[in-house]
Design a protein around this ligand. Structure first.
Ligand code: NPW
Ligand code: ADP
Ligand code: K
Length: 489
């Protein structure tokens, strides 16, 4: 599991650890890890550190101090290191002394040295930064990007919000970020994540002092493998779980087919389809159990998926209400999100412990549920998913460039999905996801696990299917077994 902690948690841990260490030891640990990472990148890019041209962008806090001490280490290995001091009167003095002592220098003209650099270290701001880059830092950050140099962010790309992943203005766009002690939420959540490039974590010994419950967690292969259902000798199709899919309409029969395609690959023993798309579903998947009446009359299921391509006719409205009246886990997606009755939804968890709910909106649907503009959801995804889960008393999977899954209990870390590709932004891929997650619910996974495991497999299947080329939703569904094998293999 990859975990991220809030700035407040990092600061507390840092204080506790610093009390036990000599002055400046933590910064030396950070700088040593940073210099080693930069040396590795320089060796990869140009064969050696000796003779490399390194520019340090140095702000007024300890982030700049890290850059200066790392620069001193690189200078001792023969790199030509030059510091651009953004606030000369407030430069970290110890760091500057170390750099000058190691043969580094202060730049006369930042733009000259940036144009010729092999590597730029962004030490403008780290966890102490607030808001986007200040105006004087903007031209320098742009110049760092415009040459051929690799840009390495120290702890965080300057200008991003560490706790939320928001980018309120300009921010550095890094090729890599070397972060200290723990990941920060902003490194894992867009729009900030996109500015961070490849991530490296340097252990500075904070671990024992960080809270055991992080702010954010990202599943890795081993975590997903542990959560995936495995049939045993005792299993039969009913014991493995039956997922009911209520999706599609005369206008969108394809949504029913795609949701069923996802559901068939999610581990349930059978998929029961209810809705107006019976013909289309059977033509493609003859193994589906079908029913044309109301969901509650279709036979037993261990979970429901309701909403993809359902439209908003009277049958659809009644079907959503019918499903929400059940005591099994329900996943509500797409049109279902517009049709659901909020009081019924909130009442579900009070009625029965088994009546859990997983809502799977994209940013537009989340915006409608929250009554705010879509851009606000996209800019502040983490806040939006937490707010939705709290307000609706349900687990929420917010789709998009970084998919997030939040439980209504604020004490439970939000899950961020590390797989996926922008090629997933293709019509119908969300239908596949809802079928898949619903199937995992039917096997007995709680909503947060079902949602995050589904997002992981879905994103991985898309990557495997795409390998750099466009994919259709149907391809993503077809590659799900390969993604599953990749995880357990
Ligand atoms: N915690 C740990 O365990 C360890 C932490 N370490 C390191 O310390 C870093 C934190 O250092 P920090 O607290 O000194 O803050 P930092 O990130 O340098 O920024 C604050 C300065 O920036 C300024 N500033 C603010 N916003 C700005 C903006 N938008 N644009 C431009 N400037 C802006 C602000 O100025 P002011 O508001 O005062 O005018 C202030 O002077 C951390 O990220 C890590 O690198 C490691 O060495 C070891 C272990
Ligand atoms: N920029 C992006 N990067 C990665 N994944 C994305 C991006 N945009 C959308 N996705 C993913 O693609 C899927 C789209 O789902 P959705 O918006 O419901 O589309 P549809 O309704 O057409 O099925 C979701 O899994 C979402 O997380
Ligand atoms: K930085």
């Amino acid at each position: 599991m990859r975990t991220a902690h809030s700035v407040a948690a990092v600061r507390n841990a840092e204080r506790e650890l610093m009390d036990r260490l000599p002055e400046g030891a933590l910064m030396q640990r950070a700088a040593a890890g940073l210099a080693a990472a930069c040396a590795g990148l320089l060796r990869e890019a140009r064969g050696r550190v000796y003779g490399a041209r390194v520019v340090l962008l140095v702000g007024s806090g300890d982030n700049g101090g890290d850059a200066l001490y790392a620069g001193a280490r690189l200078a001792r290995r023969g790199a030509g290191v030059c510091a651009v001091l953004l606030v000369p009167g407030r430069t970290h003095q110890g760091g500057l002394g170390a750099l000058l002592g190691a043969g580094g220098r202060v730049a006369d003209d930042p733009f000259d040295v940036l144009a010729a650099a092999d590597l730029v270290l962004d030490g403008i701001t780290g966890i102490g930064g607030r808001g986007g880059l200040r105006p004087d830092a903007v031209p320098v950050a742009r110049a760092a990007r415009s040459g051929s140099a690799m840009v390495v962010a120290v702890d965080l790309p300057s200008g991003v919000e560490a706790d939320s992943g928001e980018v309120a203005g300009e921010a550095v766009r890094a090729d890599a970020t070397v972060t200290f002690g723990t990941y920060k939420p902003g490194l894992l959540v867009d729009p900030a994540r996109e500015r961070a490039g490849a991530l490296r974590l340097v252990d500075i010994g904070l671990g024992p002092y960080l809270p055991s419950v992080p702010a954010l967690e990202a599943l890795q292969h081993a975590d997903v493998a542990r959560l995936l259902p495995v049939p045993t000798g005792e299993s039969d199709k009913y014991r493995r779980g039956v997922v009911g899919v209520v999706a599609g309409s005369a206008r969108y029969p394809g949504a029913a087919v795609l949701a069923v395609a996802g559901a068939l690959r999610g581990g349930a023993g059978a998929v029961r389809y209810v809705g107006p798309g019976v013909e289309a579903v059977l033509a493609r998947f003859p193994e589906t159990l079908v029913h044309e009446g109301s969901p509650s009359a279709a036979g037993r299921v261990q979970s429901w998926v309701v909403g993809p391509g359902l439209g908003d006719g009277s049958w659809a409205t009644a079907a959503v209400a019918d499903v929400l009246a059940s005591d099994v886990p329900v996943l509500v997606d797409a049109d279902g999100l517009r049709l659901l009755d909020v009081e019924t939804l909130r009442g579900r968890s009070a009625r029965a412990a088994t009546a859990t709910t997983l809502l799977t909106p994209h940013a537009g649907e989340a915006a409608a549920l929250l009554g705010i503009p879509r851009e606000d959801v996209e800019a502040g995804r983490l806040d939006a998913v937490r707010e939705l889960a709290a307000r609706y008393g349900a687990t929420v999977l917010l789709k998009g460039s970084t998919t997030l899954v939040a439980d209504p209990d604020a004490g439970v870390p939000v899950r961020v999905n590390p797989t996926g590709t922008p090629w997933l932004a293709t019509a119908g891929s969300g239908d596949v996801l809802s079928g898949l997650a619903g199937s995992l619910l039917a096997t007995g996974l709680p909503p947060r696990d079902a949602g995050s495991v589904a997002a992981y497999l879905h994103g991985l299947a898309a990557r495997l299917a795409a390998r750099g080329a466009p994919v259709a939703a149907d391809d993503v569904a077809a590659w799900l077994p390969e993604a599953w094998r990749n995880v357990v293999g």
